[in-house]
Design a protein around this ligand. Structure first.
Ligand code: GGG
Length: 344
């Protein structure tokens, strides 16, 4: 069995607490499924900036680049210097943000199972911002190549998910004629090569409304960087909130997994942060590794972890989900579920 090298970036605020929870779960998974996991700690974020003068030191980049995957907690005000930079540096061009309704979550909207495929390397998040006397300007970069590969990715996802087999391209091409116009044209071209998948387009304002009005019409949404960031928070709220929203940043050979939520400094250190979004990232990471290395144990570990999270949600919840359990209690419940049945 191959060794799976995981760079663990714990981050700021609640990051260390939910990362501890993830490490405990990874240890349990490695025992239960005989996985060979090698966890390497790396530092980045606000605290690192304060300590070393750099939010993302070169030593951290080196460890990440020599690992198979990165599992990342949230960072605070240095997101642009850490996650946005890592996405560009490692060419993690597809940001996958699923929103799935689990009946075990009390405030969910029934039946939702959608995936936002967000272009992850361009748009306003490229960070080309300039100040001038009396104002500021930001450049929005959209290229044909990036539109094409993210659209192809979205169609592949719609096919692999095998649900509604529908892709909706979300943009605002009626106003942003050059940038979103290009995105729309390229998505249409890609759609013409993927005729087994239903294709439609929707303006981003309409998409924001329709997510509330009729979320079940959505299967895969493909969109540009900024719209994807905003719509994915909205979609997460429909299925219980950011506490259960995982994400993957995927390139051709590397992936980084992180909860969608931020560092939540208001509850940091109180022991009540919801670890489940990060644990669902561990599940996505195991699925990705299983596919990449044809490792059946990793696939079964991913499946068992999702089951354990669902069992836990039914009875043990942190305050963001209306419960009164602590991070540790939720983590211990997931561990108990994982250990319930002996596995080979
Ligand atoms: N809205 C949740 C949140 O704060 N997420 C962290 C964040 O801003 N990440 C930057 C990104 O995903 O582009």
């Amino acid at each position: 069995m191959t060794r799976f090298k995981i760079a663990l970036l714990t981050g700021d605020g609640i990051g260390p607490e939910i990362s501890n929870s993830s490490v405990a779960i990874l240890k349990t998974l490695s025992e239960q499924f005989h996985l060979r996991l090698d966890i390497r700690n790396v530092e980045a974020g606000d605290r690192t900036l304060k300590r070393l003068g750099k939010a993302l030191p070169q030593e951290s980049i080196d460890v990440i680049e020599t690992s198979d995957v990165c599992l990342k907690g949230p960072v605070g005000e240095t997101a642009a210097d850490v996650i946005v930079k890592l996405r560009q540096l490692l060419d993690l061009y597809a940001n996958l943000r699923p929103a799935k309704a689990y009946p075990q979550v009390s405030n969910y909207r029934q039946g939702i199972d959608l995936l936002i495929v967000r272009e992850n390397t361009e748009d306003l998040y490229r960070g080309h911002e300039f100040e001038f006397d009396g104002g500021a300007v930001a450049l929005r970069l959209i290229t044909k190549n990036a539109c094409s590969r993210i659209a192809e990715y979205a169609f592949r996802m719609a096919r692999e998910r095998g649900l509604q087999k529908r892709v909706i391209a979300v943009h605002k091409a009626n106003v942003l004629r050059k940038t979103d116009g290009l995105f729309s044209r390229v998505c249409r071209e890609v759609a013409s090569r993927n005729v087994d998948i239903d294709f439609n387009e929707m303006y981003v304002d309409a998409a924001a409304m329709n997510l509330i009005r009729n979320p079940n019409q959505f299967d895969v949404l493909v969109t540009t960087n900024l719209y994807g960031d905003i719509l994915s928070d909205e979609a997460a709220q429909l299925v219980g909130g950011l506490g259960v929203a995982p994400s993957a940043n995927v390139g051709d050979n590397f992936a980084l997994f992180e909860p969608v939520h931020g560092s939540a400094p208001d509850i940091a250190g109180k022991g009540i942060a919801n670890p489940l979004a990060m644990l669902l990232c561990v599940k996505m990471m195991m699925d990705w590794w299983a596919l990449k290395s044809a490792d059946e144990s990793a696939r079964r570990a991913a499946e068992a972890l999702e089951d354990a999270v669902l069992c836990t949600l039914a009875r043990t919840r942190t305050p963001d989900l209306g419960g009164n359990s602590s991070t540790r209690e939720v983590t211990n419940s997931v561990i108990r579920q994982l250990k319930k049945e002996p596995r080979s």
